[in-house]
Design a protein around this ligand. Structure first.
Ligand code: ATP
Ligand code: MG
Length: 865
């Protein structure tokens, strides 16, 4: 048999071309892949009659005499799918318009041309052979050419495409049909992605080229998206663009370029994809969108500047001065330059001097001293042979404005920070506008918090931290206090969660420390973490500073050692990124890399980068929890992105167990009602409980519940199960079935039991008896958690009576005891309990007021003396 092979997910061009083959070779049938683009599906249903006899399913395959590969030259892949049916006699024809290197084999005929569509190549053959085609055939063929050339607007469109199209139109091809099919493919999901791509556009200028990198997120894979890129005007205006589309972790990257200088196929091949200079794509799993973005940016920079050295971009006109020169000789020069390079007798670099400082000195009449006195010799210098891309890391890690450039120790030039940034990114960063890109570039602030730390933490813990700092120094590591404790120190809130991050090896440090002082020690080597338990029982957590890296695109992340800054950059909010170094020598230095201090002062919760909520939707819950706890607001962009993440239902894809844990934390926060308000404001509750309505009733109960929890703590010394109670407060008005579903989904098993008990007990309280004893009978066997809820939801008078009865219950023993009964001459028996209960009920109804009356009553009743 003769078979036309097209790839999985084939587009219209592949399909039209395949159809063309069946016109050339009437015996040939198209082997349908499992996945087809929606336009192909639409076309198949539209041309059902024409295609009925031409399609072949895999199970119908027999030995293939002749195989046509269309719109792909990946013979290996094709053979893999159908290898059982290929013999060494199978003749193979490849029709493709992508450049390809294929080994010549016997039985292999290549029909490869650089046209805008594969269909064009096939139609040319139809013309040459004079094959007769119908108007319907012509329409079907036109579809492929129109689609793959973007209706003749893509750069790779050739005159041949237009000529063959002209031929097809002469043959009666129907443009109306072409248009409706090409338009029909535009659905909701595609629109949504196109909109996101428009909104998320970021310009990435390199040299004289403008490049766009944009991102979109969707829950599922949306096929065919690239055919809508022509709708995105900025995409058309730049030299190249990359669209990164994240479908629940499976990320497609599509690139287009107008210039050979930016070869998108090659760039994407670094991510495991491919293509040609003008168009390419890659699919990646296991990386975040942000990582892919960084990756692309680095590849782009690398591609452009790979060969460029610092020497080719530096400023060569530098002013050098001998270090023994008196500064009065420099009066003229210092007016003109921002920086002076200081050299020694042999001309080697010694350091820099800031003219500003010299001016100041001269102004005070000190001018006979030499330059040497003002020298700054701790500056970062760059080697003239350093690749430009590599210099970027010095920019990030140092706050220097100017970088002297040296050649074998001799100064040969200078580059300014701004200029380097310009070269690397084409423009000076606009810190206000692009806060997320720039957050990585904020100059860290170093502040002395030693005293503050020593007065905040208990003395014994400070001692331990110093011991750790000392060992750390000996090992050549650096150790830092991080997380909640640092934040809470600044906010003057108590916290004894000691989390220590180590630049170096946390396990080694913790082990040596624990052994030296005989403390308990556990380690988790694969996570590079360890715990040490002090004699007091306090636990110290150690972790090695890390980032997650990927051996190759799609690989599982490996934890890799990193700097403290990189470690902190993975965290959730700026207020949680503050750190205090405890290494000996630097003990007590607070480092603020990401403006956490400012955000605490301004009372805002801010994420560190745009994809934070997408990377980890649990942060949605954490954001409102911290905002509620501290009475902070969400930053403007953070709020916008949080809403977007909620709209995108990201919480629903978060691991259920983690949602459970976070909710538990939230319900146990002191300011739980504020958190619930925020969860309502941002429609987070609605996401978790689809039927939820926040009305006045709900609000009232939640407020009463908060107070009742305190009441039970104070009066009955009872620690209420808050999660169970708040969940019930949020859901008790819903049908039990629905609540069960939600509780099951988020693994709330104790809480489910609690709901069950509530629902079986609640009817008792439809009628509230007048007599205290009767009301007491209704509540006496109920558990305290349930009583808390009842006291929060029943009418206030009833709730007050219940509290009253519970308080009275504590007096039960004082009223009359087993001992008293024995003294009266009664034999201990199971009756005792009943008697005591009987007296208590009478006491509640005021029929018996005290012990004397109780004894009186018993004597009468049992005829005792
Ligand atoms: P708390 O006072 O509630 O303990 P915390 O800030 O210490 O507050 P933890 O849940 O103990 O919070 O987490 C410790 C640190 O780990 C946090 O400060 C935060 O920086 C980081 N962290 C926790 N969860 C996440 C997350 N989902 N994404 C990023 N970073 C996180
Ligand atoms: Mg903590």
């Amino acid at each position: 048999m003769q078979v036309v092979y097209i790839e999985e997910g084939a587009d219209l061009d592949a399909f039209s071309a395949a159809y063309g083959i069946t016109l050339l070779y009437p015996e040939a049938k198209i082997l349908l892949p499992h996945a087809l683009s929606p336009t192909v599906r639409l076309t198949i249903s539209r041309f059902e009659n024409l295609l009925k006899s031409k399609l072949l399913r895999k199970k119908e395959l027999k030995i293939i005499d002749r195989l046509f590969l269309v719109d792909t030259s990946n013979l290996k892949k094709a053979k893999k799918t159908i290898e059982k049916f290929i013999t060494e006699n199978t003749e193979i024809d490849i029709y493709d318009h992508h450049p390809a290197k294929i080994k010549k084999e016997h039985n292999l005929a290549l029909h490869i041309e650089k046209t805008g569509s594969a269909t064009t190549i096939v139609v040319k053959e139809i013309i040459n052979k004079g094959v007769n085609i119908s108007p319907e055939d012509a329409t079907l063929l036109l579809l492929g050419i129109y689609e793959d050339t973007g209706s003749f607007t893509y750069n790779l469109t050739t005159a041949e495409d237009l000529r063959t199209a002209a031929f097809l139109i002469e043959k009666g091809g129907d443009l109306e049909t072409v248009r409706t099919i090409l338009e029909r493919r535009f659905d909701e999901k595609q629109i949504n992605i196109v909109q996101q791509l428009i909104e998320n556009i970021q310009y990435f200028p390199i040299k004289d080229k403008q490049i766009i990198i944009s991102t979109a997120y969707s829950k599922e894979y949306v096929p065919d998206i690239s055919s809508h890129f022509h709708l995105i005007k900025p995409f058309q205006e730049v030299d190249a663009f990359f669209a990164i589309i994240n479908a629940s972790g499976k990320i497609s990257i599509i690139g287009r370029s107008k210039t050979k200088e930016i070869n998108v196929g090659k760039i994407l091949s670094y991510l495991g994809g491919g293509g040609h200079y003008a168009a390419g794509s890659a699919t990646v799993k296991g990386l975040t969108t942000q990582e892919i973005k960084n990756y692309l940016e680095n590849i782009l920079i690398g591609e452009f500047y790979k060969d460029q050295k610092i020497s080719s971009i530096m400023h060569r006109n530098i002013i050098k001065v001998q270090k023994d020169k008196p500064i009065k000789d420099l009066k003229d020069i210092i007016q003109k330059v921002p920086i002076l390079i200081v050299i020694n007798e042999s001309g080697k670099f010694e350091g820099i001097v800031l003219p500003r400082v010299l001016k100041e000195s001269i102004r005070h009449g000190i001018e006979n001293v030499s330059v040497e006195n003002f020298i700054i010799d701790t500056v970062v210098t760059l080697d003239e042979n350093m690749p430009v891309a590599e210099a970027e890391k010095y920019l990030i890690n140092s706050s220097q404005e100017y970088f002297p450039v040296l050649k074998k120790g001799y100064p040969v030039g200078i580059v300014s920070r701004n200029y380097l940034l310009k070269v690397l990114h084409g423009q000076v960063f606009d810190f206000e506008k692009d806060i997320f890109i720039s957050r990585e570039r904020i100059k860290p602030r170093y502040l002395n918090y030693r005293e503050k730390l020593e007065s905040y933490l208990p003395e014994d813990i400070i001692e331990e931290l110093k011991k750790i700092g000392k060992i750390s120094k000996q090992l050549g590591f650096r150790a830092y206090l991080v997380g909640g404790v640092v934040r809470d120190l600044i906010m003057n809130r108590e916290n004894l969660d000691i989390d220590i991050i180590v630049e170096g090896d946390a396990v080694q440090l913790a082990k040596i420390y624990a052994e030296k002082y005989n403390y308990k020690f556990h380690s988790f080597e694969e996570f590079m973490t360890a715990q040490v338990i002090l004699l007091s029982g306090l636990r110290l957590d150690f972790a090695t500073a890390r980032k997650e890296i990927y051996a190759y695109p799609g690989a599982y992340p490996k934890v890799k050692k990193a700097s403290i800054k990189e470690d902190l950059y993975r965290r959730d909010f700026t207020i949680n990124t503050l750190t205090i170094e405890i290494t000996e020598g630097n003990f007590g230095t607070l480092i603020d890399f990401f403006n956490g201090l400012r955000d605490i002062k301004d009372k805002v919760i801010r994420i560190l980068h745009q994809l934070s909520f997408i990377e980890d939707p649990i942060r949605i819950l954490r954001a409102v929890r911290f905002a509620g706890r501290f009475g902070f607001k969400l930053g403007k962009t953070t709020e916008k992105l949080l809403k977007l993440a909620v709209d995108e239902n990201l919480l629903l894809v978060a691991p259920k167990k983690r949602v459970n844990t976070e909710l538990n934390y939230s319900f146990n926060e002191e300011r739980v009602t504020e958190i619930i308000y925020l969860m309502n404001k941002y429609k987070i509750i609605h996401q978790l409980i689809p039927e939820f309505v926040f009305d006045e009733k709900r609000e009232e109960i939640i407020n009463r519940l908060r107070d009742m929890i305190i009441t039970f703590d104070i009066f009955f010394n009872y620690k209420v199960n808050r999660t169970a109670n708040y969940l019930l407060a949020l859901m008790y008005h819903l049908p039990l079935e629905i609540s069960y579903q939600i509780l099951d989904k988020y693994r709330f098993s104790y809480e489910k039991q609690f709901f069950k008990i509530y629902f079986s007990a609640k009817d008792r309280f439809k009628m509230i008896p007048e007599k205290n004893s009767e009301l007491y009978m209704k509540i006496k066997d109920l558990n305290k958690d349930l009583l808390v809820f009842l006291c929060s939801s029943l009418p206030v008078e009833v709730s007050e009576r219940i509290i009253y009865l519970l308080k009275k219950e504590e007096e039960k023993k004082l009223l009359i005891s087993g001992e008293d009964l024995k003294e009266l001459g009664l034999k201990p028996s199971s009756l005792f309990k009943e008697i005591i209960e009987d007296i208590f009920l009478k006491y509640l109804d005021n029929e018996i007021k005290n012990k004397r009356e109780a004894l009186e009553y018993l004597k009468n009743k049992y005829k005792l003396k």
